[in-house]
Design a protein around this ligand. Structure first.
Ligand code: SF4
Length: 213
């Protein structure tokens, strides 16, 4: 199975075409939102660890899942260890991934799915159950706990499968012009006003190119 970048889950759930433009067509572009996002990640992008109030904090931890064909990075993982007798090796008791986001404290499903994918990787790597993580919202300096429910896990896995299909079929989904296009860093490459089609025209195009096999 080919390996896809974990961050594409966020792109795909924001807009499937955005994931296709990056993955299939190799387009990358920055705008004010991506630059702010990069600034927020500056500290968390420095690999290392520190101890804080009985918890060890791992920064910029590479993660992967062979089973899901996924690789990426956790901004922060908060680690708790089980205490043993003096001199015995420590064992990991729990892992809690934390993702940094530039905006205010609000709930975005695509951020939650990206965080959930990190947890799926960590579960496979460490053989532990990870019931929850958190999103740290830089603009409001607050964090929001995210529970990895069955529903969120299913949604995340469905997005991963769909992205693998984009890669396999080398298909970029059509544009759908919507309000969030204004925030998209790929707007200039996508030009959704011109490339999105009204439903009737899209149907006619489908019929025109359909084959009878
Ligand atoms: S401009 Fe809109 S349709 Fe195009 S990739 Fe971005 S969000 Fe998707």
């Amino acid at each position: 199975m080919e390996i896809i970048q974990l961050s594409l889950i966020n792109d795909y759930l924001f807009c499937p075409r955005r994931a296709g433009l990056k993955l299939v067509e190799g387009i990358r572009s920055a705008n004010v939102h991506t630059v702010k996002g990069d600034q927020v990640h500056e500290h968390a992008d420095l690999p290392g660890y520190e101890n804080a109030k009985g918890t060890q904090v791992w920064r910029a931890l590479p993660v992967w899942s062979k089973r899901l064909g996924l690789s990426g990075k956790c901004d922060i993982v908060e680690v708790r260890f089980t205490l043993h007798a003096r001199g015995s090796p420590k064992t990991i008791q729990s892992l809690h991934p934390v993702e940094y986001k530039k905006g205010k404290r609000r709930k975005f499903d695509n951020d939650d799915a990206q965080l959930c994918a990190q947890a799926l990787c960590l579960e496979e790597m460490f053989g532990l159950d990870i019931p929850a993580g958190a999103i740290f919202h830089a603009a409001s300096q607050r964090r929001r706990e995210v529970e990895f429910t069955d529903e969120l896990r299913a949604k995340t896995k469905a997005a991963i499968t769909a992205i693998h299909q984009l890669l396999q079929t080398q298909t970029t989904p059509p544009a759908v012009h919507k309000p969030q296009c204004a925030e998209c860093s790929l707007y200039e490459s996508c030009l959704p006003e011109f490339t999105s089609q009204p439903p009737a025209l899209a149907k006619a195009n489908q019929a025109l190119f359909a084959t009878d096999d």
